[in-house]
Design a protein around this ligand. Structure first.
Ligand code: PMV
Length: 361
């Protein structure tokens, strides 16, 4: 698949300045993407839950370039402050996207980006920020050339572009749940972009809750790029990709039939497998906090005693995601506040749930 399009060049002298703003959520992988090849292509398919409350809002301002010249002209503000580190990363990303959006060097761009969650909460924001930016770029293309008025084509291109920024960002484009990666059992699936799973899931999964326990706010000791790289020489790599494919198969069935228990079993198996892979990499690394293990034990004990459907998942970090259906909110919140909240740094946890996907503001 090739989105290079040399025709997307601004030819008129009277281009008007404009603005586009998108709010785009983070997502939690239930079957994880861990290991990649080529240009951000996944070694195995993944399935994610789109969140609602953890999002990035990005505004892209554009106007004709004042001083013509090649390359990207960008000013970048994160939470209203100039941020040179982010500006450099986003600038390099936009340079790479010039074949896809060849009009970018014809513009002066200013980007303002902010997250809904506290900056230092230890929540990875690459999925929400890269998807918000990708959606903004597709809107910008559509404003200038009216090339993306088909919603499905718009989403597919946004997912493709988001993937180039951060693999997991490809999945944030779609409501409730998304699927990314080529899989013979899923029509239309691709390594290049994610697709929506909205019509393949039972209603119970559209109201799933995901409360995020902030067990540690520390920056990640090892970035996910490094973790993906370490999968290339990982002794368990092939078994892992087979395990993921099997979990995909089981999870798709569970999502369709509304089997919450199977969903929870797979979510926990994937979370622990992800961290197991990190520990058995060479060199091995460890992203959990002692309180992560305590919290996992408490969730499992609570489930055993209460017989309620409460499960956990983890991202590439120490913060625990607590997954449960809407029907058990009162019991789970009581448990969370008495037994899990004291384990959180500054007692912070974030209530989130299956979300409706990005929104143009
Ligand atoms: O999108 P990346 O390169 O930050 O990798 C994400 C990896 C995990 O969050 C651990 C799993 C996933 O599928 O989102």
């Amino acid at each position: 698949m090739d989105y290079s399009n040399p025709k997307l060049i601004i030819e008129t002298a009277d281009l008007e300045a404009g603005t586009v703003t998108w709010k785009s959520p983070s997502n939690l992988a239930i079957v994880k993407y861990w290991g990649k090849f080529g240009d951000q292509l996944p070694k195995n398919p993944s399935i994610s839950l789109t969140l609602e409350n953890a999002f990035t809002e990005t505004t892209l301002e554009y106007r004709p370039k004042e001083t013509a010249g090649p390359g990207i002209s960008l000013e970048f503000f994160f939470e209203e402050e100039p941020n040179p580190a982010f500006a450099q990363r986003i600038g390099a990303f936009l340079e790479r996207l010039i074949p896809v959006f060849p009009f970018l060097p014809q513009l002066d761009l200013t980007i303002h980006s902010q997250n809904s969650f506290p900056h230092s909460a230890g929540i990875a924001s690459s999925a929400s920020s890269m998807s918000a930016l990708a959606l903004g770029l597709c809107s910008l293309e559509d404003n200038l050339f009216q090339t993306l008025n088909d919603d499905q084509e718009f989403d597919r291109k946004a997912s493709f572009v988001a993937r180039l920024g951060s693999g997991s960002a490809s999945r944030s484009i779609f409501p409730y749940m998304a699927f990314w990666g080529q899989h013979s059992g899923v029509a239309g699936s691709s390594d290049q972009f994610a697709i929506p799973l909205e019509n393949e899931i039972a209603p119970i999964f559209k109201t799933l809750h995901d409360d995020i326990l902030i067990l540690s706010k520390k920056e990640k000791a090892v970035a996910s790029t490094k973790g993906h790289d370490l999968m290339n020489q990982h002794p368990f790599a092939e078994s892992r990709y087979n395990q993921a494919r099997q979990n995909i198969h089981f999870l798709l069935n569970a999502l369709k039939s509304g089997d919450l228990e199977a969903f929870g079993r797979i979510a926990e198996n994937e979370a622990l497998s992800l961290h197991g892979l990190m520990m058995s990499s060479n060199p091995g690394f460890f992203l959990l906090d002692p309180n992560t293990l305590t919290a996992i034990e408490r969730v499992r004990n609570f489930r055993e005693e209460s017989k309620l459907p409460v499960y956990f998942s983890l991202d590439a970090g120490p913060n625990l995601h607590i997954l449960y259906p809407e029907s058990v909110i009162p019991e789970v919140r009581l448990f969370l506040e008495s037994e899990l909240m004291p384990l959180c740094e500054d007692q912070v946890w974030i209530a989130d749930w299956a979300g409706e996907g990005p929104e143009q503001v």
